[in-house]
Design a protein. Structure first.
Length: 97
């Protein structure tokens, strides 16, 4: 698995990336960073964890608006893996759960 360095909310992260998936991952990182920066710059939320959760909810809502075909049913989502990925991104800033 390839590793790439990215920046989210001004902090550098090294992420694992499947071969051939770098462009898609960078697109996802850009969307997350844009959403988190927008929330932070609105000035109401300062905690990185809360910003991350709000950004995830906003992006999930945007996907849901596109239609049910773009959103996996909850039974198909590996929640534990998702939480591990969020915790890895949050790093020393704290754990989501």
């Amino acid at each position: 698995m390839k590793q790439i360095e990215v920046s989210i909310l001004g902090q550098a992260y090294v992420l694992g990336c499947p071969e051939g998936g770098e462009a898609l991952l960078r697109t996802a990182v850009a969307a997350v960073d844009k959403e988190m920066v927008g929330i932070r710059d609105a000035g109401r939320v300062k905690a990185r964890e809360r910003i991350a959760v709000l950004a995830a909810l906003n992006l999930g809502y945007q996907l849901a608006e596109r239609g049910p075909a773009t959103v996996q049913p909850a039974a198909e989502i590996d929640i534990d893996a998702l939480i591990r990925r969020v915790n890895a991104v949050l790093g020393d800033d704290g754990r989501l759960l």
